[in-house]
Design a protein around this ligand. Structure first.
Ligand code: HEM
Length: 157
């Protein structure tokens, strides 16, 4: 949600699109979770030898999977751009895993999506401004991506 505030603070055009409903709250939420996936790194252990994308991984390999990296690869058009409108079309296959995938898929995904959508719904009728130059602040890369020093103001339209 904090990253969403920052993206919106930087992009009055997207705030306007949200207000006039030319983009949907869910598209903004998906794009926030693409560029700023809170669970940015998770791990697996190979119980047996496996081949992944041309690499042979021996049994016992410790495998780190980063949604942050996957979401910023060339699988995405203009991957670094915050562009909620891209979600009007299907995303590239196997390139979006903010909630993981497969058997360990996040049990709270629907709940979290609902919370984010409700939050963005409230913000739709507000104006969010950057406050100070360092609007992106910095990232504390713990188990989850923790925003540090984000600065913005929220006011009425
Ligand atoms: C934006 C918010 C959230 C994100 C980005 C997120 C992300 C993730 C990811 C990536 C995984 C998979 C980890 C892996 O494969 O090793 C996961 C698993 C899980 N999440 Fe979430 N999560 C969020 C919110 C929640 C909430 C609100 C709950 C509970 C109310 C929750 C409960 C769980 C549980 C129980 C698992 C483990 C599922 C399993 O191992 O079977 N998550 N989450």
């Amino acid at each position: 949600m904090a990253w969403g505030l920052v993206e919106l603070a930087n992009r009055p055009d997207i705030q306007r699109n949200l207000q006039n409903a030319s983009i949907e709250v869910s598209e903004v939420r998906k794009e926030i979770l693409r560029l700023w996936p809170p669970s940015w790194l998770f791990a697996r252990d190979a119980l047996v030898q496996i081949d992944v994308a041309g690499h042979r991984l021996p049994r016992g390999s410790h495998i780190l999977i980063s949604s942050w990296v996957l979401h910023r690869t060339t699988a995405w058009d203009d991957a670094m751009a915050f562009a909620p409108e891209r979600w009007a079309e299907m995303p590239p296959p196997n390139a979006y895993i903010p909630y993981g995938a497969g058997k360990r898929f996040c049990m709270g995904a629907n709940f979290a999506n609902g919370q984010i959508d409700a939050f963005l719904g409230v913000l739709r009728d507000k104006r969010i401004f950057p406050a100070g130059a360092a609007v992106y602040g910095s990232i504390d890369d713990r188990a989850t991506l923790v925003p540090v020093g984000l600065k913005f103001r929220v006011g009425s339209i």
